[in-house]
Design a protein around this ligand. Sequence first.
Ligand code: KIV
Length: 265
Amino acid sequence: MKKVTVSTLMKRYSAQEKLVMSTAYDAIESRLCAAGGIDFILVGDSVGMTHLGYANTLPVTMEDMLSHTAAVRRGAPEAFVVFDMPFMSYQESLSQAMHNAGVAMKTTGADAVKLEGGAEYAELVRKLTGAGIPVMGHVGLMPQRVQVSGGYKIVGRDDAGAEQVMRDALALQEAGAFAVVLECVTEDVAAAVTNKLNIPTIGIGSGKYCSGQVQVIADLLGLQEFKPKHAKRYLEGAEIISAALKSYADEVRNGTFPTEEHSFK
Ligand code: KIV
């Protein structure tokens, strides 16, 4: 397979093909994403909830993200992999952000970084892209700000929210971002932003008019009980996997596994 780059994605966007992104957090998942024809992979800080057992994304560290992103890269050498900057890895100062984004790119083999925030990070996005680091923006619902927003709320239902999303997305484009995630933005606002921008909008919970979609792999595969409204399960993974593990446990206990076939002479 040929290496996917920003220009591969931009060509597909220009040809008005929908872009497909999934999260992945380890080598098995990234290999499966590549085999499934996913256009690009986000190593999201959602790893904190799906794989690390935290209640939200705030405890996720740079070390967590470096380790998971390097594993994703090893599983899918040709994929376009985006490193999600974790909470407080870029908010402190421009130099902290530049340093951490540089470490992410140099040590994991990521192709780009993503950060939550709009116009307030335009200068940072300009500096990162100027230094050769492709940036994906993320506006609308920003899970790293859950303590301030007081919960996971839909954005764009009032004029102020709608205007803010438009302003932020435009500021990120102007600063050089190659794409913008729109999380839980009302469908009409997401459509207006998508029409206005000349870079792709990648929606999650933001309706069908975005240039592409991103979903959390655990939601796609039904690996956890919680099912957000915006997600669709393409597999009842938890049920299927638990049943398989139960069969294994039963067979060990009743002596039908292992057999000659699984043993060495
Ligand atoms: O961390 C994540 O998985 C994300 C997506 C929800 C876009 O940021």
